[in-house]
Structures are given as structure tokens and as C-alpha cells.
Design a protein. Structure first.
Length: 298
């Protein structure tokens, strides 16, 4: 009996061990469920908008640009604190229907008003400079009249400023020459005191007519016009004490005629040296200098 009872216990124990092996899948299932739950919690956590940081960014943009700046106004309200989506009635002009817009930090600037102010400021500066150049013109004319050479120079305005034109033909120079004559020296000595008092820079431009020249000294009108311009510049510096850094000399040959070649007066009229008193304004305002300077009312 004892041996039979022992076999039954042994058989019972073997059946109990097989029953425990059927429950092991529950452990793996529970571990998988735990990992999935952690994954979803992490995904939910990283999907939340940091409202404080978003508000700080918006405030910084507003302060920098002077007005509320956002790709979509009210974008900081698209998610409520619970993470749900805000109402669908959102538009690019005003945000959600139930969201109150923050007032702008700075008032909106009217572009037209700014443009008008800039235009008026430029006109004011140009007007002041033209007035100064007109006074210089009057002073030079007065000096020429006092010296008995009222017709020694003519005056006009272009986009650069006041142009004092002195005829080169038998006034400043003899034909085909760059040596200053006595009559030309007298004109320069007469206008120099006014030029010396001006804060403006001077451009001294040499011009010739269309008649070609070919000599050992002047192979073309380019060399002749440039030599005449630099001759006037050197004279104004050495004789009339105008500083070199206030002046520049340029030769234009016959490229900028006052009269067309077909005009009989062009031969004498186009041969000239011009002293341009450069207006102290921005280059973009040069056209206004020309228009205001040539206006008879000014």
C-alpha cells in the first residue's frame, strides 16, 4: 500500500506542475500593457503646449515690431489648458470668435503719413540748399558787375547744383590752347571770394566743341578739355587759395554740348569751362534742386 500511495502522490505532483505552466503568459501580457500605458503617457505629455513660453514669445514679437505679430492671431488660444482644440471659427484677421484680441502696444503707423512727412522734409532741405545757392549766384553776379564784366559768366541749375559757365573761346583760353588768358584770370579772381566762403564742393568741368584737334600736346578734345579744367583748378588753388580737397576737375570733350552741332553758335557756345557748386543734398533729391533752382519764382 505504501508503495501504491507513493505513486499516487508522485502522479498528483506532476499534474500540479503542469497546471502552473499555463499561467505564465499573464506576466508577459501585463508587462506589455504597462509599457504601452507609459508610452501613451509620454506622448500625451510632450504634446502639451507651454502656454507661458508661447505668451512670452508673443509679447517679445509685439515689443519688437510695435504691434501684435503672429502668423495666426489668437494662435495661443488654439489649445485650451486641457489640450482640446479651440473652436473652428478662426480666421487670419481676428482669431477665434470667442477670443478677445489684445490691444497693440504701439499705435499703427500710417505709411502714407510717413511718406508725406519724408517728402516734406526732403523738400524743406532742398529748398534751404537752393536758397543758399541762389544767394551765391547773386553774390557772384554782384561781384562781376562791380568788376565791369557782367557778361563774364552765365548761370543755371542742374541736378548737381549751381552751374557757373565761363566761355572758353577767346575768354579763358585761346582757340586750341589750355593757357589761361588775362581776361579769364580776371573772371576767376572775381568769383573766387564767393566760392571760397561756400562749404560746398566744386566740380570744374572742361568742354569743347565738336571740331576735332590733333596736336602733339592734345591728341584729341579729351586731353584739351581735361587740361583746361585742371588749369582752372590749379589757378583757383595757387592764386585764389581754394583748397584742393574742395575741388575736382573733369574733361568731357564734346559729349555734353549746350547746342546741337547743327546750330551755327555751337562752335563758340559749347567751348566752355563750368564751375559747378554741388548742392549739399542727397543724390535722390538732385532733380528737385534743378527744378527749384530754375524756377523763376525762386
Amino acid at each position: 500500500m505504501s508503495s501504491g500511495g507513493h505513486k499516487r502522490r508522485g502522479g498528483h505532483e506532476e499534474e500540479h506542475e503542469e497546471h502552473e505552466n499555463h499561467e505564465r503568459w499573464l506576466v508577459s501580457y501585463a508587462d506589455m500593457m504597462t509599457l504601452l500605458m507609459v508610452l501613451f503617457i509620454v506622448l500625451f505629455a510632450i504634446s502639451q503646449v507651454d502656454q507661458k513660453k508661447f505668451a512670452a514669445l508673443k509679447t517679445g514679437l509685439q515689443a519688437g515690431f510695435g504691434a501684435p505679430v503672429a502668423v495666426l492671431t489668437g494662435a495661443d488660444k488654439l489649445l485650451d489648458p486641457g489640450g482640446s482644440v479651440a473652436p473652428d471659427s478662426v480666421n487670419i484677421a481676428g482669431g477665434a470668435a470667442n477670443v478677445t484680441r489684445n490691444p497693440p502696444i504701439n499705435p499703427q503707423v500710417d505709411p502714407q503719413a510717413v511718406a508725406k512727412l519724408a517728402e516734406e522734409t526732403t523738400k524743406g532741405q532742398v529748398g534751404k540748399e537752393v536758397k543758399n545757392l541762389k544767394q551765391a549766384e547773386a553774390d557772384i553776379k554782384k561781384a562781376l558787375k562791380k568788376a565791369g564784366i557782367s557778361k563774364g559768366a552765365t548761370f543755371r541749375f542742374d541736378e548737381r547744383g549751381l552751374v557757373v559757365s565761363i566761355a572758353a573761346d577767346n575768354v579763358l583760353f585761346a582757340s586750341g590752347s589750355a593757357d589761361l588768358q588775362a581776361g579769364g584770370q580776371k573772371i576767376l579772381d572775381t568769383i573766387a571770394p564767393t566760392l571760397r566762403k561756400l562749404p560746398n564742393r566744386l566740380s570744374i568741368d572742361g568742354h569743347t566743341n565738336s571740331i576735332p584737334i590733333r596736336t602733339a600736346r592734345f591728341p584729341s578734345n579729351w586731353e584739351l578739355s581735361a587740361d583746361r579744367a585742371t588749369g582752372v583748378l590749379r589757378y583757383l588753388h595757387t592764386r585764389d587759395r581754394l583748397p584742393y580737397d574742395q575741388m575736382v576737375a573733369t574733361g568731357f570733350a564734346d559729349t555734353k554740348p549746350l547746342l546741337p552741332k547743327s546750330n551755327p553758335k555751337s562752335v563758340a557756345k559749347n567751348r566752355r569751362v563750368e564751375i559747378v557748386v554741388l548742392a549739399r543734398v542727397d543724390n535722390s533729391a538732385g532733380r528737385a534742386v534743378q527744378e527749384l533752382g530754375n524756377d523763376a519764382e525762386n
